[in-house]
Design a binder for this molecule. Structure first.
Ligand SMILES: Cc1ncc(COP(=O)(O)O)c(C=O)c1O
Length: 325
């Protein structure tokens, strides 16, 4: 249930101003439809070239920059791109960061968090255990009077506004875009980009079949927990859609798309073989919707596909998507 206000296009403009040159304006890579076997044109928005290797840097930095003064500390529970992004953003702001990771995430993730100067707390168990440890840690410190900022990975107002800055760049870089496809986990990226581009073009959230929390939420009429798994679960495997994303999706007439794990891996391999871009599986779900023909790109249309991150330690060849670290 949404307990705060929904971001507006003006909120996203303000976030983009705030982020300024601290965030990279990532490049757009134009393909002809013929290359992809579709009739229209496709442009890739390369967020895998963003600081920390994913768009998550935007929401993390905006969440800190939106405060009137730098917090004493910044905390996140995440074994993935959000954790690295928060560690990086805190370093940019000169704040200490404590990132709680489940012991089930690969050691390289904790190393990456430490490489930005943050403290990595490795917690026995899975993501919910790390979240609980982070909450306990915050409760202990806050009672001492310290202002500690906990940055939500996808359902925070400032997180969503930061992610929305991707949409503003797309509007400038590909003004002819008819629609934009984004991978959807908890839905922060979708909600931000859809709000930024409202009235200009449609934004289609794409979920893996095995992480389909938005489809489940729309069917139930509210966010519901789902079982997640599959090749993209490390980035798109939020157990439940965010309240903000749910409100944005329910208020739009855009149909979310669904892709299979094989489609995602095939899109990842295509991106590597044909563009020499190595994206992580979750970042290829949106492209998979095009390459698998789930979302048609018709003659005369231009689709923008956000390639959202590149932090993975596996190669894209068949049978090599098991973790190597
Ligand atoms: C590479 C990548 N793409 C997409 C997403 C989905 O973002 P959201 O949870 O805002 O839907 C994530 C989230 O971790 C991610 O790491």
């Amino acid at each position: 249930v949404l307990d705060g206000k929904l971001p507006t296009a003006a909120d996203i403009e303000a976030a983009a101003q705030r982020l300024g040159a601290n965030i990279r304006r990532t490049p757009v890579f134009h393909l002809t439809g013929a290359e992809l076997g579709v009739e229209g044109d496709v442009a890739l928005k390369l967020e895998l070239t963003q600081h920390t290797g994913s768009f998550k840097a935007r929401g993390a930095l905006n969440s800190i920059a939106a405060l009137p003064a730098a917090p004493a500390g910044v905390v996140a529970a995440s074994g993935g791109n959000h954790g690295a992004a928060v560690a990086w953003a805190a370093a940019q702001a000169g704040a200490a960061a404590d990132i709680f990771l489940p012991a089930t995430s690969p050691a390289s993730k904790a190393e990456r968090v430490r490489s930005y100067g943050a403290t990595a707390h490795v917690v026995e168990g899975y993501y919910p255990d790390a979240l609980l440890a982070a909450q306990r840690w915050i409760a202990e410190r806050s009672s001492g009077g310290d202002e500690i900022l906990c940055i939500h990975a996808y359902d925070g107002f400032d997180t969503v506004c930061g992610q929305g800055s991707v949409g503003l760049e797309i509007a400038e870089q590909v003004p002819a875009a008819d629609f934009v496809l984004v991978g959807c986990g908890g839905g922060g990226l979708f909600a931000g980009v859809a709000t930024a581009l409202a009235g200009r073009c449609d934004v289609v959230p794409v979920e893996p079949r095995r992480c389909a929390n938005l489809h489940a939420a729309l069917a139930a009429g509210h966010p519901v927990p789902v079982e997640v798994g599959g090749v993209a679960a490390d980035s798109l495997g939020a157990a439940e859609t965010g309240a903000i994303a749910y409100a944005v999706a329910a208020g739009s007439d855009v149909e979310p798309a669904m892709v299979g794990d094989d489609d995602i891996l095939a899109a990842r391999l295509w991106l590597w073989e044909h563009c020499r871009l190595l994206a992580e599986p979750g970042a290829c779900a949106a492209l998979a919707a095009v390459t698998a023909g789930v979302v048609p790109v018709r003659r005369g249309e231009t689709a923008v596909v956000v390639i959202s991150g590149g932090n993975h330690s596996t190669l894209p060849y068949p049978a090599s998507h098991e973790r190597r670290d």
